[in-house]
Structure formats: structure tokens, C-alpha cells
Design a protein around this ligand. Structure first.
Ligand code: SAM
Length: 218
């Protein structure tokens, strides 16, 4: 049975303050900021912790999962330069917060999670909030070949290298955003597919993600 959420939390402008905070940290894409301002992040938290929902922190939300830090979500989303109707592959559904942000930006999202308990939880939560993404259970390090190619691919777990399968599933002119490094820290990497064979890679800031575990991963 799907959850149905009723928004009765008086967050007293906390969501707006979060948006202002993200601006002060350098997030400048208005569409991304508007999406952060729209998604009710407290829906991902147990009621006891609603007070924490609009702080710029990652947070454990049960089932062994964490909801990503808003800054990280905004940073990765900004790098995607999404256009309405873009077909997006997201590796690591987790709580589904990032999925909601992508959908607020008009993306057609294919999202995959490898942990069954998390997958089962999120496929109930998101539709209850009105976000009907295409949910998959399995190893996203090999992508989802049957729906390729994608305009954009976002990986929300730390990879040891850029998986070859994801590069192949990217449209020409498309972009892949993925944190790459060791288990302690990763550089945010954007890979653009220039043509059939050529890719351009840009390395950006340092982050710390949970590991991407799978066939073309840890
Ligand atoms: N983006 C989510 C959010 O907004 O809250 C948080 C994602 S969490 C940091 C990373 C997720 O990637 C975890 O749920 C983990 O189980 C998942 N993951 C790790 N390796 C994976 C793989 N090979 N395929 C799919 N999901 C994977």
C-alpha cells in the first residue's frame, strides 16, 4: 500500500532559509533552488526529527539509509544542466530526495537502487508524495541498458572509476555526473559525450559519499 502524506508541518520558513543558505554556498541555478524550495524534505524524516529536515546535513532516516545533504544534491543537480523532458538515469535512489528534485526540474527519471529494503521503502514513499519515477532494483553500476541512451546520468554513490557501461549509455551531447575516488573522499567528475568515441572529463570539488557497490564499482 502506498503512503499518503498530509503536509501539516509548520516549518516556519525553514525551507526558504535552506534555499538562501545554498545560495550563500554558491548554488546559483534558480531552477535548482526553486526545486529545493518545493520538495517537502520533512516527509523523508520520522516526525520526531522534522526539526532537522531543513538543515544542510545528511541524516539517517532508518532502513540503513541516509538522506543526502541538500548542498550535495543541489551541486550535482546544477552540474546536470537539466532541460524539461530530459531522460535521466539516477544510480542510487536511496531516500528518493534527489529523485524528487530531478522530477521538479521536469526530468523523466529512471532510478535504480541495489539495496532491496531501501528500494521497497522508497517505491512506497515517493508515489505517496506525488512523484512517479521509473523505479528499478539492481546494480546500477552497469546502468539500465534497455532504456538507454540517456540525456543525463547522475551517480549518488562514490565510485572507484567511471563505469564503462554508463559512458556507453550516454547520448551524444549528454553528461554524466559521478563522484570518483577512494573510500574516504571523491572528486566530483562531469563527463560529456562529444561524439561516438570521444568524451571530455572535468574534475571539480571533493565530497564524501557512501560506496558504489557492484560489477563496475567497489
Ligand atoms: N540520492 C539519495 C538521496 O537523495 O537521499 C541518497 C543516495 S545514498 C548517498 C547512495 C545510495 O546508492 C545508497 O542507497 C546505496 O545503497 C546505493 N547504491 C550503492 N551502490 C549502488 C549500485 N551499484 N546500484 C544502485 N544503487 C547503489
Amino acid at each position: 500500500m502506498a503512503y499518503k502524506f498530509v503536509d501539516n508541518y509548520r516549518e516556519k520558513g525553514a525551507r526558504k532559509k535552506l534555499v538562501e543558505h545554498l545560495k550563500s554556498r554558491g548554488i546559483s541555478d534558480t531552477k535548482v533552488l526553486n526545486a529545493i524550495g518545493k520538495v517537502p524534505r520533512h516527509f523523508f524524516f520520522d516526525e520526531t526529527f522534522w526539526i532537522q529536515a531543513y538543515r544542510d546535513i545528511a541524516f539517517p532516516i532508518g532502513d540503513g539509509q541516509t538522506i543526502s545533504q541538500p548542498y550535495t544534491v543541489a551541486y550535482q543537480t546544477e552540474l546536470l544542466h537539466l532541460k524539461k523532458g530530459d531522460k535521466v538515469l539516477e544510480i542510487g535512489t536511496g531516500s528518493g530526495y534527489q529523485t524528487c528534485i530531478l522530477m521538479e526540474l521536469g526530468a523523466d527519471v529512471f532510478t535504480i537502487e541495489r539495496q532491496e529494503s531501501i528500494y521497497k521503502h522508497t517505491i512506497r514513499v515517493l508515489p505517496g508524495m506525488g512523484y512517479h519515477a521509473n523505479f528499478y532494483y539492481g546494480d546500477g553500476s552497469i546502468g539500465i541498458a534497455e532504456h538507454a541512451p540517456y540525456d543525463k546520468i547522475i551517480v549518488t554513490a562514490g565510485a572507484p572509476f567511471v563505469p564503462e557501461a554508463l559512458l556507453k549509455q550516454l547520448k551524444i551531447g549528454g553528461a554524466l555526473v559521478i563522484p570518483v575516488g577512494d573510500e574516504h573522499s571523491q572528486k566530483m567528475v562531469t563527463v560529456f559525450r562529444v561524439d561516438e568515441k570521444d568524451y571530455e572529463k572535468i574534475e571539480l570539488d571533493t565530497f564524501r559519499f557512501v560506496p558504489l557497490v557492484g560489477d563496475q564499482a567497489w
